[in-house]
Design a protein around this ligand. Structure first.
Ligand SMILES: NC(=O)c1ccc[n+]([C@@H]2O[C@H](COP(=O)([O-])OP(=O)(O)OC[C@H]3O[C@@H](n4cnc5c(N)ncnc54)[C@H](O)[C@@H]3O)[C@@H](O)[C@H]2O)c1
Length: 268
């Protein structure tokens, strides 16, 4: 079924603002939402200010939407109250709203920080279990499970994107592995809004020469990334963390803050 009404949360954020231009006019109605101010709506658009932790507001937000791209929430490490409100209550409220609205499909912006404590030498795929590197990463692992629950219990087609680093360009060596170009993000969203699947996890990453992830599950669904971070290597190759823990693991600089664990297992 073609998407006629699409809700995008996190519309005032970095990815949301980029998408606003890229998706303009592609669907009959796009409802852009954030708790922060957004640019005024254009033709075929609505903008709605809502806090994801407010269940009633999110229920109103999801009403009438047949597809949702859930980008909203706290996108960095934060204290528990912040993470719980935006990312735990937020994703539950979002899916509960989707269930009540009869929404057909949800794309959930998960993160590489859900798998941040895998080593860089580990090659992960869509079946690799989480190893969160932060409260933020743990909230994304929870979101992936919420997506699975609503897919299998309530039939909402759900795609979780373990997004690497979605910025205009890579800014350090780690991003030569994790970069997702804006254009490839748009390609991945199109797959999420059109492909046949029930519940899947894929990696939000370009076709990087140095990728740590086997993204064949996304390719199977039709994702065909066109960018490779390698062309930025000469500029960013030397930009690394001076903390060995950060350089050993996929989550990078989310790994070392507050770290009180044993490093014994790291060498094995
Ligand atoms: N950019 C990346 O490289 C990257 C990597 C991995 C995952 N992600 C995920 O993708 C999504 C978008 O990323 P981004 O870079 O645009 O993040 P961002 O921080 O720029 O945007 C997130 C938006 O969510 C909104 N928000 C936060 N708490 C909210 C709440 N309680 N209620 C309503 N809105 C709230 C913020 O106002 C913000 O506009 C996020 O969920 C992020 O965790 C991004």
């Amino acid at each position: 079924m073609a998407v006629t009404a699409l809700l995008v949360t996190g519309a005032a954020g970095g990815i949301g603002r980029m998408l606003r231009g890229a998706l303009a006019g592609r669907y009959p109605l796009i409802r852009w939402s954030d708790r922060a101010p957004m640019a005024p709506p254009g033709v075929g658009e609505e903008t709605v200010i809502a806090d994801l932790s407010d269940a009633a507001a999110v229920e109103a937000l999801t009403a009438g939407m047949d597809a949702i791209l859930h980008l909203g929430g706290c996108s960095i490490e934060a204290d528990w109250p912040t993470i719980m409100a935006a990312n735990l209550h937020g994703v539950v409220n979002l899916y509960e709203g989707a269930r009540k609205a009869g929404t057909q499909r949800v794309i959930f912006a998960s993160s590489n920080h859900a798998i941040g404590f895998w080593r860089r030498s580990d090659r992960l795929d869509h079946e690799s279990p989480p190893r969160p590197d932060s409260r933020y990463g743990l909230s994304k692992a929870f979101g992936e499970d919420v997506a699975a629950y609503y897919a299998f219990k309530h039939g909402i087609r759900s795609l979780s994107l373990r997004i690497g680093s979605c910025f205009e360009r890579p800014t350090n060596r780690r991003m030569l592995s994790t970069w997702l170009s804006y254009a490839d993000f748009v390609r991945l969203v199109e797959v999420g809004l059109t492909a046949e699947f029930h519940h899947e996890i894929v990696y939000g990453v370009s076709r990087n020469t140095r990728s740590w992830w086997d993204n064949s599950n996304a390719y199977r669904l039709g994702y065909d990334p066109q960018d490779d971070a390698e062309r930025f290597a000469p500029e960013v190759e030397g930009i690394v963390s001076d903390i060995p823990l950060d350089e050993a693991f996929q989550g990078g600089q989310f790994c070392s803050p507050e770290f009180t664990g044993s490093t014994d297992w790291i060498r094995t």
